[in-house]
Design a binder for this molecule. Structure first.
Ligand SMILES: [Fe+2]
Length: 191
């Protein structure tokens, strides 16, 4: 059985009571596959990372905190939306023998990427923002840019949009979020 078939079975079972979330996960998988083809990334890896990226979306932070490093615990207290990404990554590692570090990183960092991320990490992060079931204006705009072939610009625009939402809602900006935004700003403005 292909690893992506294993991942699909696992996530189907895990999110069986969250049909909308599953639809989102399949959307991310479809977009990630398309981008993997375009950017010469292993399609199986892209599928597994996409299918597992929200695996732990509804897992209880207190029950699962043991999986995290002390640093991650502190970080998640300030930025609780990171819990699901970290738990999903650790569960991927636990569930797959011979886990792949690039897939682990792509799941772990899917919320706002990280400086100098791999192409797979970038693909999962931007697929999460632009998959076809996302209907916000910002997502539609980024999807257009992405499908026109400009992944760096799509990532830049997605980071700007996310930061604007944080500012509007008075949520703190994570230093990594800020750093990745600056990195992509340099990329798209210096060409
Ligand atoms: Fe997601």
């Amino acid at each position: 059985m292909l690893l992506s078939e294993v991942a699909k079975k696992l996530v189907d079972e895990k999110l069986k009571d969250h049909k909308k979330r599953l639809t989102h996960v399949y959307g991310v998988c479809e977009m990630a596959e398309e981008l993997a083809k375009r950017y010469n990334v292993d399609i199986e890896k892209a599928r597994v990372a996409a299918l597992m990226h929200d695996y732990s979306k509804y897992d209880d932070p207190i029950e699962n905190e043991y999986m995290l490093t002390d640093e991650e615990k502190e970080e998640c207290k300030k930025f609780p939306f990171l819990y699901h990404a970290y738990f999903s990554a650790y569960n991927y590692k636990k569930l797959f023998d011979n886990y792949d570090m690039d897939i682990f990183n792509a799941i772990h960092n899917h919320v706002f990427g990280r400086p100098n991320m791999s192409i797979l990490e970038a693909i999962i992060m931007i697929s999460d923002f632009t998959e076809k079931n996302r209907t916000y204006d910002d997502c539609i705009k980024c999807r257009e840019i992405l499908l026109n072939g400009d992944m760096d610009m799509a990532i830049y625009e997605s980071l700007v949009a996310t930061q604007n939402v944080c500012i509007k809602n008075n949520n703190p900006i994570h230093p990594i979020q800020e750093e990745v935004l600056r990195e992509y700003e340099r990329k798209v403005k210096n060409r």
